[in-house]
Design a protein around this ligand. Structure first.
Ligand code: R5P
Length: 268
């Protein structure tokens, strides 16, 4: 692995503890104005100080993130579908030249193992890895789960392993029972997505359990930006991932930030 690739990976997975807190705000690429992200800049700005990296599309990056911000960017480079159609029919939507121009630390693409366009997405992954290798840019493969697939260790283990075999440098997947076996059979670092919004305590438990069972961190979106206190949630998640805080202690961080937010609102 060359210096540039290693340096970019170190911007995402922190060299101090080998852990990563990635803020996922790329949902609009197929969901449109997702709840909590209607005004991307407003949602993103307060969270940036607590994110090791941010995952988003070039459209939101250009319009809603200050170029002077030092946050490492994981650029979503797959898409071409919407929630109204077959989601697996994705292609690569950003050229490598534009990814370089945007100074990204990694490129992210979804694979849809077992779905109608499985092959297309897997070949896209392999091509993206080829381009990434030429320019020293790592690739994050997202194991998207088709509607007929079970989110179990067998299926997610299959998807993660295929992603790694095709050359992905990091894999993002979902937490599941027997998660440890998914991590063990994937030779590259695994991070988890948060999934649909759940009560804050459950989302923190998910982050904790995943980190305990081998995930290097989280790429969490809705459970942060759809929370009633997004800053409290990202700080709590951060404490779990980087400080190995218990769920109970992390929940206190969220609650205390929420209390502060309520007090400030009452004063204004
Ligand atoms: C989904 O396709 C996107 O890649 C999201 O970034 C990913 O699902 C993580 O976000 P969430 O925590 O909301 O699931």
């Amino acid at each position: 692995m060359d210096w540039g690739m290693k340096n970019r990976l170190a911007r995402i997975i922190q060299p101090g503890d080998g852990r990563a807190v990635m803020l996922a705000v790329d949902h609009g690429y197929f969901l449109g104005p997702t709840s909590g992200l209607e005004e991307p800049r407003k949602a993103i700005e307060p969270l940036l100080p607590y994110a090791d990296s941010i995952m988003l599309t070039r459209g939101v990056l250009r319009t809603s993130v200050d170029p002077g911000s030092n946050v490492p960017v994981v650029l979503r480079v797959s898409g071409g579908t919407s929630i109204l159609k077959e989601l697996s029919n994705e292609d690569i939507t950003v050229s490598i030249e534009d990814a370089v121009r945007l100074n990204v630390s990694a490129m992210a693409l979804s694979i849809f193992v077992g779905s109608e366009f499985e092959k297309q997405t897997l070949v896209s992954l392999a091509r993206l890895v080829d381009e990434g290798e030429k320019h020293g840019i790592p690739v994050l493969a997202v194991t998207a789960v088709g509607k007929d697939m079970a989110r179990d260790a067998r299926y997610l283990g299959l998807s993660c392993r295929i992603a790694a075999e095709l050359g992905a440098h990091i894999v993002k997947t979902y937490y599941c029972e027997e998660f440890k076996s998914v991590v063990q059979s994937c030779p590259v670092p695994v991070i988890i997505a948060g999934g649909k919004k759940t009560p804050e305590m459950e989302a923190l438990e998910l982050a904790f359990n995943a980190a305990q069972r081998g995930a290097v961190g989280v790429d969490m979106g809705r459970n942060i930006f759809q929370s009633d206190c997004p800053v409290g949630m990202i700080r709590a998640v951060r404490a779990i991932v980087h400080e190995k805080t218990s769920v109970k202690e992390a929940y206190k961080i969220y609650e205390s930030a929420k209390g502060g937010k309520a007090r400030r609102a009452a004063q204004n």
